[in-house]
Design a protein around this ligand. Structure first.
Ligand SMILES: Nc1ncnc2c1ncn2[C@@H]1O[C@H](COP(=O)(O)OP(=O)(O)OP(=O)(O)O)[C@@H](O)[C@H]1O
Ligand SMILES: [Mg+2]
Length: 282
């Protein structure tokens, strides 16, 4: 396997609750991988570690990026200067937490519960997501330098590209709050993609969608992976969607990995069937 992400011995607790216990797995590059498991298994917690929202008690997460390999947990506890981040971002990670720093390295995510700027337009949501990519400072913003104008133009082009991809172009001036639920889910993915990630983490993107919207999402995610240099890690309870679009599956239960394999292997795995017993898949 040529992994984009490698997780080693990841453990985190909340009070007495062991949310993740010695979790080990890797996910392949330029493919769709799924992270599944019953409610409370630790899936979102794992996303929160990979995307810099939580600092695990123990373990390492390696992102094998196109240009460099970074150990993400170490980056969340940098000294005054990390070689991978530079001074400004080391300070930001130290004092404000790590999510935007990991986004800078190419990790983007969506949330289990939609988190859009509801009172901003669709286009504004996509432009705000790119603010860290704008090549500017107070001076270039005030004087509208050529570099600033160019990077603003690029941000608009990228936003238009993803709006078109997710079939949201007709709604670009609408408020996010005015979109249907399915459109809001797609806008969240478009917003994550505007940050130009190498690894896209989607937390239950089909939750709350009707069967037609889920089929549409399935088509879009497969097209996305086929035509871009992107690796996707997907948390999802919709087993039909998972089995249809993912090449690689990791199963968590009670904070531990109980199975790793292809969809065909996972569907016949006795421990997985036992973990899901009583659910639609069991
Ligand atoms: N910030 C937190 N504080 C306290 N407990 C937490 C926190 N985050 C997660 N947990 C606990 O860790 C465990 C794993 O939760 P997590 O949200 O990762 O599960 P999940 O697999 O995403 O479940 P679901 O499928 O329901 O979304 C649960 O017992 C949860 O209550
Ligand atoms: Mg969750």
């Amino acid at each position: 396997m040529n992994p984009i992400l490698r997780v080693e011995n990841l453990s985190i607790e909340f009070g007495g609750i062991v949310a993740l216990n010695q979790v080990n797995f890797q996910i392949p590059r330029n493919q769709i991988s799924a992270l599944i498991g019953p409610n409370g298994a630790g899936k979102t917690t794992l996303f929160n570690c990979v995307t810099g929202f939580y600092r695990p008690r123990e373990g390492k997460i390696f992102l094998h990026g196109a240009r460099q390999t970074s150990e993400l947990c170490g980056l969340l506890n940098p000294g005054w200067l990390s070689r991978d981040l530079g001074l400004l971002q080391s300070l930001q990670a130290r004092f404000f937490g790590g999510s935007h720093v990991l986004n800078h390295l190419g990790v983007a995510r969506t949330f289990q519960n939609i988190r859009l700027f509801q009172q901003m337009s669709v286009m504004e949501n996509l432009l705000v997501a790119q603010h860290t990519k704008l090549k500017g400072n107070l001076f270039s913003g005030l004087f509208n330098t050529q570099a600033y104008v160019n990077s603003e133009r690029t941000a608009l082009e990228i936003a238009r590209y993803w709006l078109d991809f997710f079939e949201l172009s007709p709604y670009l001036n609408k408020l996010a709050a005015e979109l249907s639920y399915g459109q809001q889910r797609r806008l969240e993915i478009a917003r994550a993609l505007c940050t130009r990630p190498q690894l896209l983490c989607l937390d239950e993107p089909a939750a709350g969608l009707n069967p037609q919207e889920t089929a549409e999402l399935s088509r879009l995610l497969q097209r996305l992976c086929a035509q871009s240099q992107l690796s996707i890690l997907l948390i999802e309870h919709d087993m039909r969607l998972v089995m249809e679009i993912s090449q690689h599956i990791i199963v968590l239960d009670h904070g531990e990995v109980i199975a790793i394999g292809t969809p065909a292997q996972i569907q016949q795995h006795p421990q997985v069937l036992a973990a899901y017993l009583g659910t639609e898949y069991g």
